[in-house]
Every structure is written in C-alpha cells, then in structure tokens.
Design a protein around this ligand. Structure first.
Ligand code: MTE
Length: 298
C-alpha cells in the first residue's frame, strides 16, 4: 500500500512484544517498508519506546475517574459488545451501524504515532486502525457538511466518573471536515496488534496525532456530519484553556503551564524533558491552517 503521509517513527521506536512481532511479519510487506524508508528525521530524544504496560496503565478516561490509574482499575466494567455507532446528520446513508458492518471491507493499517497530551506528557503508540476518511466515504458525506462531531458511550452504572459528574457527559469532540478527511486521522481499534484495551477507548476511538490527546475521543457511539462547529467537552468545561482546534503548538502555552516541552512517559524520574514539536512533528498538516492565526484559533 502506498503511503500518503510522512512518518518518522518506525517499529524500532516502540517496545517489541512477542505478539506484536508475529503481527509484524504479517504486516511487513504492506506497512513496514514505507515507514522505515522515511526514518531518519526523528528528534533523537523522543524515541524511547513505550511498552504496552505503559500505554494501558497511564490514561485519561474521565468516565472512569480522574486519576491516571483509575481507567486501568475501573474500565473492565465497560461493556463493548455488542457495539453500534449511530451515523447521522448530513450523510447519504445514516443509520445505526453494528461496528463490524461499519468497518466491513475497509483496510486496517498500523500507524506508529506520537501522542501528546495537553498536560505536557507524551508517548509513542503503535495503533491499528482505519482511516476515518474511509468510514466517512462509506457513509457518504453530503455537500455542505463542514464538521464531524463524535460522542462517547455513557454507561452510568459502569462508569464511576459519570456517577460523580466530573465532566458534563457524554464526552463530545469534533473536527473540521478537512481535518477528519486527512489521511493521518484514524479510528483505532487496536494497539500492538491486539484489540484496544477498554481504558484506551475500546472498541473504537479517534486518533488525531497532530492535536492534543483530548481530541482523540474514546469509545465512540455516534458520528454526526454537520455544518456548524460542534461543542467539545473541554472547551465547554473551560473555554479559556481549551480551544476547538487544539493543535499541538509549542509556542502557544496553556494559561497554567508551558507547552514548549513534554515529559515522555517511561523516561524515568530523572529523564530530561524533550522539546515539543509544531503539530507534534506532523508538518504535512500545516496547509490545513494556512492564513489562520493559531494563537487565536488555539
Ligand atoms: N475520551 C473520553 N471519552 N473521555 C476522556 O476522559 N480523555 C482524553 C482522550 N479521550 C478522554 C477521552 C485525553 S485528555 C487524553 S490525553 C487521551 O484520551 C488519553 O488517551 P490514552 O489514555 O489512550 O493515552
């Protein structure tokens, strides 16, 4: 498969796992070569590997509590089967799709992406997923649609954070249509070649690698095409601190902390912080924001 994006992270940048290595052989002909061919431009200090253990034990998933280990402790209660996704709004084929039907016939790929949380920590994660554009093309986006809105499942009896109302649930997010259609934007269903863990947003979550992690909404049950900018949870909670775009930008600080550097999870207590890269190191998305003042549209 031809690569339509640049990617400077390779499999050498994540911790090899036995199961993952098996997977690697299956995928080697399709994914690995392109990624390896583009290696070399990476920021040297970002490339410490993240283990599956790190990726699944240090999380943000407020429906399961606000502590970093709360999701790993509580998310086993999430019921992920059966799972359906409502697709509505400005689409040719709206409906309630069983997850398998929605993804049927679409190509799953592996994408090794940097992941940068707005709280200034980061990881490198090997996702398995489908380009969101493929899903949107399947349901048929109508002309006039300008945004895509997403909604997370609410299972109050299973979600302690929902019971405690730590945010206004359901968690909602949104992208401009051109951001949603960008080939870097994926819907992830796996990590390290295994089904995505509940605490990481099973059975399907968004991943937008050039934006702060909170844009990557978990456990999605609704996708809506609309011509109006949709509300997003963190902006509703605190508009001064969290904007709609939330592109990773080391020159625009959070009101309460600098975004110039980040702490790589797994680096150890005494590891030095690393520089945060514009668009999290994905400069190919810059053209989406040409002419926009990114200090205003933060
Ligand atoms: N999605 C939902 N539904 N609820 C959340 O609390 N947290 C966001 C994002 N998606 C969140 C969510 C934030 S702040 C981050 S940094 C990432 O999920 C964390 O993803 P991870 O736990 O897989 O690393």
């Amino acid at each position: 498969m031809a690569h339509r994006w640049t990617n400077d992270l390779t499999r050498a940048d994540v911790t090899p796992k036995a199961a993952y290595l098996n997977r690697r052989q299956i995928l080697a002909g399709t994914i690995g070569l392109g990624a390896i061919g583009l290696a070399g431009a990476a920021r040297a200090d970002t490339l410490e590997p993240n283990t599956l253990e790190e990726i699944t034990s240090y999380n943000n998933y407020y429906e399961f509590g606000t502590g970093k280990t709360d999701p790993a402790t509580n998310a086993h209660k999430l019921v992920t089967s059966p799972w359906s996704i409502k697709v509505d709004g400005m689409v040719d084929n709206p409906g309630d799709y069983a997850l398998g039907d929605l993804l049927d016939g679409l190509t799953e790929e592996e994408r090794i992406y940097r992941f940068r949380c707005v709280e200034a920590w980061s990881m490198v994660i090997p996702w398995n997923g489908i380009e969101l554009a493929d899903i949107l093309n399947k349901v048929g986006v109508q002309s006039g649609a300008k945004y895509v809105a997403f909604e997370t499942v609410v299972q109050p009896e299973n979600m302690i954070g929902v019971q405690r109302r730590v945010l206004d649930f359901p968690y909602v997010e949104g992208l401009r249509l051109d951001e949603a259609m960008h080939p870097l934007t994926i819907m992830a269903t796996g990590i390290y070649g295994e089904p995505i863990a509940n605490q990481n947003g099973a059975p399907i979550r968004l991943v937008v690698p050039w934006k702060y992690g909170f844009k990557s909404i978990k456990s999605i049950v609704r996708i809506t095409l609309t011509d109006e900018e949709p509300p997003i949870s963190w902006n509703v909670a605190n508009a001064r601190e969290y904007g709609f775009y939330s592109n990773v930008n080391p020159t625009v600080d959070h009101p309460r902390w600098s975004q110039a550097t980040e702490r790589k999870i797994g680096g150890g207590l005494f590891a030095s912080r690393q520089d945060t890269l514009m668009f999290n190191g994905y400069p190919e998305v810059a053209s989406l924001y040409e002419g926009m003042d990114l200090t205003v549209n933060f």
